[in-house]
Design a protein around this ligand. Structure first.
Ligand code: ZN
Length: 444
């Protein structure tokens, strides 16, 4: 439970007696639907009157807690909100049903959706501004039983950047390997990750990690609203095959070509067949590096070809960072160290800090001002790196199963997600509890 742990309260809240002590917070401003439909607040004056300020307060509260997602579920006469902060769900505020309905309806109106339609799922979005940053808010409603709707809002800070390998927390030798392997003008560099794991951010960071003064990178991947400074978009000629496009890119003297994600056997075959003149960089939905290579072998159906094509397969997984302001150091006992496989001389590890409790009154004190008592603030990527060494190529050719590939990675001392997670624990960036949570959370 984190509700009520934050000292901030949006301005414009119905005034409590102690409002003088509250820090004034500017409310988010809503700036128009993404679909261009303008919200007619005059025609919906009553809804605007009862819903607009509560909706602004609700969204401001979620943003001030760094939530990436917030949901309202109505049950009977009450409604409960749930926030997701750095990928972890927390119970949010409770509110009376009419307020939840008003917030849902006004958010639909503001996102250019139809407030009157409660029977079908709708989704849209709106532009907004919070603390001087442009934000995009996605609005989704899903009909539930008894004419009730569930509202889900997703927030994206359009100015947030997590763009370079350094910022992602990649260790130096990983950056070095990327710089060595990407400009070889041959083979595949794959970034594997499940949706939501930060795989696209990692892929972009890999491309940005290429030395732009020495090597030229072009892209035929759909980049959406993102751009990569050192990668030039290449306009494909209509009707050209991938092989023809690659030949053109080659004539334009590029070393690296950023291509679309590998999602089908057909596309996988195309890439493997056409990676002998340029390094192709692509992301691939797979839970880790070994799973990606095993899937590639199944799709392509030619182990030798796949083995030959693999330069580097990276995989990343996000893990929450301990809050620097409140994390607590502890001396781990030898048993714990042996259990998690850390050297016995490890003197200090860190864990999430607890909100102080007054010994006399038993009351909780002020929570940490930075993380609001969650104990974590922001996320950092764990990274895994499979390299196309001679030994690895042999394994891929003989027996490309995830287990065989993983065991070869360990044998050759390659970086694995687990190993990198442990590095973050030893560096005090995250906790053993968080590491355990991330690896036991279903899909991982
Ligand atoms: Zn903190």
């Amino acid at each position: 439970m984190i509700f009520g742990m934050f000292g901030k309260k949006p301005s414009g809240s119905s005034g409590g007696e102690d409002h003088d002590e509250e820090e004034e917070v500017d409310l988010v401003s809503f700036q128009g639907a993404l679909n261009g439909k303008s919200a007619d607040l005059q025609a919906n004056a009553k809804l605007a009157q009862i819903g607009l300020i509560p909706a602004k307060e609700f969204v401001t509260d979620a943003l001030s807690r760094r939530a990436e997602l917030v949901r309202i579920d109505i049950k009977g006469e009450k409604a409960q909100s749930t926030l997701s902060v750095d990928g972890v769900a927390y119970a949010g505020s409770r509110m009376p049903r009419p307020q939840a309905v008003a917030i849902t309806q006004i958010m639909k109106l503001l996102a250019g959706l139809d407030p009157k339609n409660k029977a079908s799922a709708q989704s849209g979005g709106l532009k907004s501004d919070y603390e001087g940053h442009p934000w995009e808010i996605t609005v989704e409603t899903t009909p539930q039983a008894e004419g009730v709707e569930r509202l889900t809002l997703r927030f994206r800070d359009l100015k947030a950047k997590l763009t370079t390998l350094d910022e992602l927390g990649f260790p130096g030798f990983v950056r070095q390997k990327i710089r060595e392997r990407t400009p070889q003008r041959k083979g595949l560099v794959i970034v594997a990750g499940l949706p939501g794991s930060g795989v696209t951010t990692t892929t972009f960071a890999v491309i940005r990690g290429v030395d732009m003064y020495m090597y030229s990178c072009m892209s035929i991947a759909k980049l959406g609203s993102r751009e990569i400074i050192n990668c030039t978009p290449f306009v494909e000629q209509e009707g050209d095959s991938l092989a023809q496009t690659i030949a053109r890119v080659q004539r334009a003297e590029a070393d690296i070509l950023f291509v679309d994600p590998i999602k089908s056997a057909e596309y996988a075959k195309l890439l493997v067949d056409n990676c002998d003149a340029l390094t192709l960089v692509a992301e691939m939905p797979a839970k880790d590096a070994s799973a990606a290579v095993a899937q590639l072998a199944v799709w392509v159906g030619d182990n030798a070809k796949v083995a030959e094509s693999i330069q580097l397969v990276l995989s990343s997984k996000l893990i929450r960072q301990l809050c620097d302001d409140c994390k607590e150091a502890f001396r781990p006992n030898p048993k714990l160290l042996a259990k998690v496989g850390l050297p016995p001389e490890t003197k200090v590890l860190y864990k999430k800090g607890d909100t102080p409790v007054d010994e006399k009154t038993g009351q909780e004190g002020e929570p940490c001002g930075k993380c609001g008592g969650i104990g974590y603030h922001g996320r950092v990527a764990m990274i895994e790196m499979l390299e196309g060494t001679d030994g690895m190529r042999e394994v891929i050719q003989q027996q490309p199963t995830p287990d065989a590939i993983k065991s070869q990675m360990r044998k050759e001392g390659m970086q694995t997600l687990q190993k990198d997670g442990m590095r973050l624990v030893v560096e005090g960036k995250t906790s053993l509890e968080e590491l355990q949570r991330v690896f036991s959370a279903g899909a991982s």
